[in-house]
Design a protein around this ligand. Sequence first.
Ligand SMILES: [Zn+2]
Length: 148
Amino acid sequence: MTEITMGPRIRETNPELIRLFIMGGFSEFTVTSLKSHKWVSFRVVKSKNWAHMYHVQSLSGRGKYLYLTSIFNLEVKRYPTKVPSMPAGSTYEVFFKWLFRKIVIEKILPHNVLFDRSTRCCRCGGKLTNPKSIAHGMGKKCQFKVKG
Ligand SMILES: [Zn+2]
């Protein structure tokens, strides 16, 4: 049921690499809680209109990504929006806020959490085919742009 929308995943354990991946600009990943054995897929997309702003989406039961919350200046906060959204204060929202604080602020990956990133480019969301690019989590053109 889930394979259709999720696509292949790569397990990542290094919190610094996870942080860079999440803040890449168009990242897609699945997080599994070993405590509850539940998983959720997130997408973190950099805003085109606002600097230091990212929008977070989570995959709904119907296989569609819906607006969950936002990150502005490293603070997770939900903004009113007209785009299709998850209900405010959902368990996904609470979970993301906790996860973000752990990984990005405290720089640790909680031991009861599995992080699986997609094989798409974390900067533009493009499909990656080159094994080196897949290992980096970013396409060649985007790597060049980040460095330059
Ligand atoms: Zn790219």
